[in-house]
Structure formats: structure tokens, C-alpha cells
Design a protein around this ligand. Structure first.
Ligand code: TYD
Length: 206
């Protein structure tokens, strides 16, 4: 089972899933936790290029292609082998982030960005996508108050950009209702963690 975590900046998706991972491991499931962009040495190098605050001249299509390249390498080296071994892969961000950030917010078009990603992923879709939904103002406030999370090039975009990201994620959830579960990330840590575990267990029992 391939699970992806999506949402705007500062939605708390990484923290929310920690408790769920522990509970699943206690039940005997083998979990691989990973993230995009990154997750393998080559993909991490691509990540550094994409997120470097110096790279303000990066063209939107270059950005979309680099995310897709990093995604492919991560699938080949980490995700596909783990899925083949019957493990549950839980990945912070995947193809929907490209659709929302590059397709929606950067204005490249969701379907254009989907096309390059279908090539990159050979049509590998997640079984379950948890969308941690939160208003951008709230999410960005959380990042500002969390000193352990470094501010990256995309965080520095204007609020309209982040509103567009959120809007596109919500549109994608409507477009792919069988795969998406929306979690209200503005709720308390405990409530969000419980909703996360419930959504995963529900899918595992299907
Ligand atoms: P990261 O520090 O991992 O942020 P977060 O904790 O919010 O996941 O940075 C990843 C950034 O890259 C984030 O701003 C979202 C963006 N992104 C895209 O624009 N397109 C993509 O395809 C992916 C995977 C991420």
C-alpha cells in the first residue's frame, strides 16, 4: 500500500503521521517513511537545487521537470522495491504536490503537469492520499513559530500562491474521491493524529 501525505505549508502532516506509524508498527505492519523531493541521495541533490533560496531565476517548467525527475529516482530506488516487499510506504508529498504547486499555483496547468508525471511515474498512483487541509495564513504562521523547520524558496511565495495551492488540492480531492481523504489540520494535534490513523486503518481494512 502506497500512502501519500499532502497539504499546504505548515499543515503539520509530518507530525500527524508519527503516532499513526507507531500504532501500525505495533500491529506488526512494516512501514517505510520517506519524503519528496528527496528520500534517496540523488533525489536529495535535486531537492537542494529546487529549494535553494538563491535559485530565484528557476523557470517554472524547469521546476516541474526537476520535481518529476526527483520523483522518478525515488520511486526506482526506494518506493517500488519497498512495495514489492509488501511494505506500507508513507511518503510526505508526491505527484499531487506537483499538480497543486506547479500545475495550479505556478499556472502550468494541472493536466500538463500530470502528463510529465505520468511519464515519470509510469502511472504509479497512491492507494490513499491524506490531504491535511489548513488555511495558508495559519500554516505559514505555524512555520514562522517553528524554528526547527527551515524556510525554503516556495515558502517565500506570496499568500495568493499558497491560496491557489490549497484550492488546487481541494479540487484534486473532488476529482479523485476514491483515493483522497481530507483531514482538518486546524484541529488539535490529538484530533488530527486520530483522524490520520483512522483513515489509514479504514483503507487497510477495505
Ligand atoms: P519541504 O521542506 O519538504 O516542505 P513541507 O514540510 O511543507 O513538505 O519542501 C517541499 C517544498 O516543495 C514545499 O514547498 C512544496 C514543494 N513541492 C512542489 O512545489 N512540488 C512538488 O512536486 C513537491 C513534491 C513539493
Amino acid at each position: 500500500m502506497f500512502i501519500t501525505l499532502e497539504g499546504p505549508e505548515g499543515s503539520g502532516k509530518t507530525t500527524a503521521v508519527e503516532a499513526a506509524v507507531k500504532a501500525l508498527q505495533d500491529k506488526g505492519y512494516q512501514i517505510v517513511r520517506t519524503r519528496e523531493p528527496g528520500g534517496t541521495p540523488i533525489s536529495e541533490e535535486i531537492r537542494n537545487v529546487i529549494l535553494d533560496k538563491k535559485n530565484t531565476a528557476m523557470d517554472p517548467r524547469t521546476e516541474a521537470l526537476l520535481y518529476a525527475a526527483s520523483r522518478r529516482q525515488h520511486l526506482v530506488e526506494k518506493v517500488w522495491p519497498a512495495l514489492k516487499e509488501g511494505k506500507i510506504v508513507i511518503c510526505d508529498r508526491y505527484l499531487d504536490s506537483s499538480l497543486a504547486y506547479q500545475g495550479g499555483a505556478r499556472g502550468l496547468g494541472v493536466d500538463n503537469v500530470l502528463n510529465i508525471n505520468l511519464f515519470a511515474t509510469e502511472n504509479t498512483w497512491p492507494d490513499l492520499t491524506l490531504l491535511f487541509d489548513i488555511k495558508p495564513e495559519e500554516g505559514l504562521k505555524r512555520i514562522a513559530s517553528n524554528s526547527s523547520r527551515e524556510v525554503n524558496r516556495l515558502d517565500l511565495e506570496k499568500i495568493e500562491f499558497h491560496n491557489k495551492v490549497r484550492e488546487t488540492f481541494l479540487m484534486l480531492a473532488k476529482r479523485y474521491p476514491d483515493r483522497f481523504v481530507i483531514i482538518d489540520a486546524s484541529k488539535s494535534r490529538e484530533e488530527v493524529a486520530k483522524a490520520t490513523l483512522d483513515a489509514i486503518l479504514n483503507r487497510l481494512c477495505k
